[in-house]
Design a protein around this ligand. Structure first.
Ligand code: MG
Length: 386
C-alpha cells in the first residue's frame, strides 16, 4: 500500500490521480490533500477518500468546507503554512500538482521529511532544480517524473548504461499555432490559444504549450531529473502526440515510449512503480490504424521560447527562475487580455535582459529573485500594453 499526499487535488492531474486511487484501493490510499478554491469538488473528494489532513488556500473557505463535509474527523489547515503542513505529513509519495512557483516550498518540506516526490508541477525544477535535487539527495528521497515526456524518458533509460546515452528528444504537439503565421499569432485570442489539439489540461499549461514555453520548461526539467547536459536535449514537433519522447544511444539505437495522449497512463506508471497498474478500459493505441507519425523541428522565429531556454541554461544561476516568474505574470496578463499572445515570451526575454545575475544558493534568495522578477514583469507588461 502506498500512502499519497496530493497537492492540487482538484486540478487536472489531481483528479486523474484520485481516479486511479479509486481504481486501486489495495495499492493506493490518500493521507492528505491540498486544494485551492474549488471547495465543492474538494468536499466530495474528502468524503470519498477520507484523508486525515487537508488544506485550503483561503481562510474564508474553512467554514464552508467544514459545513460541506459534516462531522468527518478531518483537520483543516489554511494558506501557505497549511500547504507546508500537508506536505510535511508522513507519506510514501507526494504528488506535486500545483501550478507555478507556489509549489516550491511544500516540495522542499516533503523532501526534508524524506518523502518521494512525483512532479507534475514542473516550475519547481525550473525555478530551483539544483536546490531541489541537492535536497533530495541529502534526505534520500527520489524526485520522480509525472509529466508524459519525462515518464517516457524514465522508461527508456531504465536498465541501460548511462555512459551509452547520446541524447534525449522531447516531443511537442506544437499546440494550436503549429501552422499559424507570425501575424496570426500576434493577434491570437485567448480562446484560440486555449484550444489545445490533443491534451486536456489546465489554463496555464495550455497557454505554455501554445508558446512552447512548456517544452522549454520540460527541457530544464529533463536536465535536472536525468542529470543531462543542455546539449543532450532536443525538441521535435510531433503533432500526433503518440511518441511521448525518445532516447538515442551511442550504438545508434533509439528507444521511445508510445501511447495514446491520456495522462492516466503516465500517472499510473509513476504511482505503480516498479509494478504496472492495468488500465484495460483506456482507448488502446493502434499504430496500424493511425498509419503515419510525423516529426519536424520547431520554427525558431514563431516559437522563440525554445531558444530562450537554451540561453537560460547557458547562463545558469537564477536565470530560469527569472524566466519562469516573468512567464507566469505574462500568461496571466494574456488571459486577462492585457497583452497579445506573442508578448508573453517577449516579456520573459525583456525581464531576463534587464535583470543581472542573481544568487540561487538558498530557497529564500530564490524566492526573493522570484518576487523581483514578477515586479519587473509587471513593468514590462505596462510598457507593452501602452
Ligand atoms: Mg508534458
Amino acid at each position: 500500500m502506498k500512502n499519497l499526499v496530493i497537492l492540487g487535488s482538484t486540478g487536472s492531474i489531481g483528479t486523474q490521480t484520485l481516479e486511479l486511487v479509486e481504481r486501486f484501493p489495495e495499492e493506493l490510499s490518500v493521507v492528505a490533500l491540498a486544494a485551492g478554491r474549488n471547495i465543492e469538488l474538494f468536499a466530495q473528494q474528502i468524503k470519498c477518500f477520507r484523508p486525515s489532513l487537508v488544506s485550503v488556500a483561503r481562510h474564508e473557505d474553512v467554514s464552508r468546507l467544514r459545513e460541506a463535509i459534516g462531522d468527518l474527523n478531518v483537520e483543516i489547515v489554511v494558506g501557505r503554512e497549511g500547504l507546508n503542513e500537508v506536505a510535511s505529513i508522513d507519506a510514501d509519495l507526494l504528488i506535486a500538482a500545483l501550478v507555478g512557483a507556489v509549489g516550491l516550498e511544500p516540495v522542499f518540506r516533503a523532501l526534508q521529511n524524506g518523502t518521494d516526490i512525483a512532479l507534475a508541477n514542473k516550475e519547481v525544477l525550473v525555478v530551483a532544480g539544483e536546490l531541489v535535487m541537492r535536497e533530495a539527495e541529502l534526505h534520500g528521497a527520489r524526485v520522480l517524473p509525472l509529466d508524459s515526456e519525462h515518464v517516457a524518458i524514465h522508461q527508456c533509460l531504465a536498465g541501460h548504461p548511462r555512459e551509452a546515452l547520446r541524447r534525449v528528444v522531447l516531443t511537442a504537439s506544437g499546440g494550436p499555432f503549429r501552422e499559424a503565421s507570425l501575424d496570426a499569432m500576434r493577434t491570437a485570442t485567448v480562446e484560440q490559444a486555449l484550444a489545445h489539439p490533443n491534451w486536456e489540461m489546465g489554463q496555464k499549461i495550455t497557454i505554455d504549450s501554445a508558446t512552447l514555453m512548456n517544452k522549454g520548461f520540460e527541457i530544464i526539467e529533463a536536465r535536472w531529473l536525468f542529470d543531462l547536459r543542455a546539449d543532450q536535449i532536443d525538441v521535435w514537433i510531433h503533432p500526433e502526440s503518440i511518441v511521448h519522447s525518445l532516447v538515442e544511444y551511442t550504438d545508434g539505437s533509439w528507444l521511445s515510449q508510445l501511447g495514446m495522449p491520456d495522462m492516466r497512463t503516465p500517472i499510473a506508471y509513476t504511482l505503480g512503480m516498479p509494478d504496472r497498474l492495468p488500465l484495460p478500459d483506456l482507448e488502446r493505441l493502434d499504430l496500424a490504424e493511425i498509419g503515419a507519425l510525423h516529426f519536424e523541428r520547431p520554427d525558431a522565429t514563431r516559437f522563440p521560447a525554445v531558444a530562450l531556454v537554451g540561453e537560460v541554461l547557458r547562463r545558469g544561476g537564477a536565470a530560469a527562475a527569472i524566466m519562469n516568474a516573468a512567464n507566469e505574470i505574462a500568461v496571466e496578463a494574456f488571459l486577462k487580455r492585457r497583452i497579445g499572445f506573442t508578448a508573453i515570451v517577449e516579456t520573459a526575454e525583456k525581464v531576463l535582459e534587464r535583470m543581472g545575475p542573481h544568487r540561487v544558493d538558498t530557497l529564500d534568495a530564490l524566492l526573493e529573485t522570484d518576487r523581483v522578477a514578477r515586479a519587473q514583469a509587471e513593468t514590462v507588461i505596462e510598457e507593452l500594453s501602452l
